[in-house]
Design a protein around this ligand. Structure first.
Ligand code: FAD
Ligand code: SIN
Length: 557
């Protein structure tokens, strides 16, 4: 039995993150070896848990894989990798079948709608969301993520080959940059901090899977939980992984606007059931989406978020409004129990009142560049789920394709690892050094962390948000350059703490988003720059790749 309180631990699979991607991989990997999942808070705390709309999957006999592929490519605005899209879409039914095998229960039609036969009542209830040409979203009411997360955590906890270490924050991947190694860049595991003792453990693994999710905290307004700081992307970048398409940050159009609501999402599925977006003009509520797209309130997310942003700027209003008052309270309570109750807490009855909404940062379409198996350019390192960039989403993710990708790529990565050779270029574990830090002392200026944290999130929102310009990006670049230097110095001068580690990662991710946005020559999908020509479809746009030069044996840089 491995003693997980030790400072040096060895495992077959190290999985960093306990969302859908990480836990799907853990359950599959447990069939082939020992699995250690490290997660920085409670296992439940992840983006997955907050997912409402559901998982896109072709199930209905009237729907086709081709239609799902076409919708994904259209939303992705010309930048998706079509082979990846096809494979992920085709793999969906098999992975949904696995999830059901683990105990996941998706809502059936009879639970929410009138049906005429018992067969119809037993069919999956399929939701509709922006950019989808058919109803194809499997869901568990409006708490799909919570149900998925609970089921997978329960299966992992009862599995003797899987250990979940909570309150363990990965600080850095162990690669040849930590010792004098001349071979190809390879990952040997990670340095991981026990956030309760602040000990930093050396965890050695045959395969390391980054499943650290997104980076919504880089923006002032986000519906992501506090864990979403882009840690995995920043760690991979420091290890010289290729990072792709970071300019494409998705803003969800409809986050509940209320001073006491902490970033609560009003699912796109509400618009899928007919909710209409309105704006208040001269005291009257008017529809506006017909001026922006033929699908009106159900247009792809980038278009809806930009339209709301524009209407707010034009009218000076603080929020837009969602009107679903034409549906009965009985239906809304059954179909959206969580959203209904949450709105009610703030005095909003969805069946009678309009819901105040604003856009907020939601999903990172870029990330560590991989293929459809999560394979990165670093040997034995995989990136799966939101922290990876397979090419599925292109310049804009189609709704409910993210949970799908997390499941498919999480599973694929493990299958791929079975074909990878373990003996090639292995450094004896004894040669891997333990964590080192400079002559660190405790900081007496914690204000530096909180100030820089707030400053980054504010200027990212103002200058690198829904609508960008060359001037705004240049301003953001100047600020991040200065802050990154300050944070790096602070990092090496003082004892590391979880806050400082997250701040350092957040600053790196902010810089990657800014650099990628500056490098992008056209306005396309989620990247909308007033000074760039709009992509017209006449050529193949390129992915934006960022990579840090590889330097063996360099710790302090
Ligand atoms: P996550 O679920 O975010 O898990 C990441 C894990 O990594 C967490 O456990 C975190 O604690 C851990 N971690 C991070 N850094 C470290 C570190 N340094 N050390 C250790 N652990 C670390 N997508 C859909 O397809 N359908 C939806 O309906 C939908 N609704 C959404 C609603 C909301 C409010 C949000 C925020 C997102 C939604 N999404 C939806 C997006 C989707 O939920 C996420 O993209 C997806 O869950 C990501 O899964 P993941 O496993 O990659 O990451
Ligand atoms: C939502 O329910 O609106 C979110 C769906 C998604 O992000 O895919």
């Amino acid at each position: 039995m491995t003693d997980f309180t030790k400072l040096r631990i060895t495992t077959d699979y190290l999985i960093i993150g306990s969302g859908l991607a990480g836990l799907t991989a853990a359950l599959e990997a447990s069939k082939h070896g020992s699995v250690l999942v490290v997660t920085k808070g409670k296992a439940e705390e992840c983006n997955t848990r907050y997912a409402q709309g559901g998982i896109a999957c072709v199930i209905d006999s009237d729907d086709t894989f081709d239609a799902h592929v076409k919708d994904t490519l259209k939303a992705g605005a010309g930048l998706c990798h079509e082979d990846v899209v096809r494979e992920i879409v085709r793999s969906a039914p098999a992975r949904i079948h696995d999830l059901e095998g683990y105990g996941m229960k998706f809502t059936r039609r009879g639970e929410v709608r009138e049906t005429t036969t018992s067969d119809q009542a037993r069919e999956f209830d399929l939701g509709r969301e922006g950019g989808h040409s058919a109803r194809r979203i499997l869901h568990a009411g409006d708490i799909t993520g919570r149900e998925v997360s609970d089921v997978l955590i329960a299966r992992c906890r009862e599995n003797p080959n899987i250990t979940i270490l909570e309150n363990h924050l990965a600080v850095d991947l162990i690669t040849c940059r930590h010792f004098a190694w001349k071979g190809p860049n390879r990952c040997y595991g990670a340095y991981v901090m026990d956030t309760q003792t602040h000990d930093i453990k050396t965890i050695l693994s045959h395969f390391t899977l980054l499943a650290t999710g997104g980076a919504g905290k880089v923006y002032l307004c986000t519906c992501n939980p506090d864990v979403a700081c882009g840690d995995g992307i920043a760690m991979a970048w420091r290890a010289s992984a290729e990072i792709a398409n970071m300019e494409f940050y998705q803003f969800h159009p409809t986050i509940l606007f209320h001073p006491k609501a902490k970033s609560f999402l009003i699912s796109e599925a509400v618009r899928g059931e007919g909710a209409i977006l309105k704006i208040r003009r001269h005291g009257k509520f008017v529809e506006f989406m017909q001026n922006y797209h033929e699908l009106k309130s159900l247009a792809p997310r980038d278009i809806v978020a930009r339209a709301i942003d524009n209407e707010l700027k034009r009218t000076g209003e603080e929020c837009a409004w969602l009107d679903i008052t034409h549906k009965s309270e009985e239906f809304l309570r059954k179909r959206f129990p969580n959203i209904f109750n949450e709105c009610l807490k703030f005095g909003i009855n969805m069946a009678k009142d309009y819901i105040p909404v604003v856009p907020a940062a939601h999903y990172c379409c870029g990330g560590v560049r991989t293929d459809v198996n999560g394979v990165t350019n670093i040997k034995d390192l995989y990136a799966i789920g939101e922290c990876g960039c397979t090419g599925l989403h292109g310049a804009n993710r189609l709704a409910s394709n993210s949970l799908l990708e997390a499941m498919v790529v999480g599973y694929n990565a493990v299958i791929h690892s079975l074909t990878a050779s373990r003996s090639e270029n292995i450094v004896p574990p004894a040669d891997v050094p333990d964590w080192k830090h400079g002559d660190a002392v405790n900081s007496d200026e914690m204000i530096v962390i909180t100030h820089n944290w707030d400053e980054i999130r504010r200027f990212m929102w103002d200058y690198v948000g829904i609508v960008r310009s060359n001037k705004r990006l240049e301003r953001a670049k100047n600020r991040i350059r200065m802050l990154r230097l300050e944070i790096e110095k602070y990092y090496w001068d003082f004892t590391v703490t979880p806050d400082l580690i997250e701040l350092r990662n957040l600053a790196s991710v902010a810089e990657m988003i800014i650099d990628s946005a500056i490098a992008r020559p056209e306005s396309i999908g989620l990247h909308y720059n007033l000074d760039c020509p709009k992509y017209d479809g006449s050529y193949h746009p390129k992915d934006t790749i960022i990579q840090r030069p590889l330097k063996p044996n360099i710790w302090f840089e």
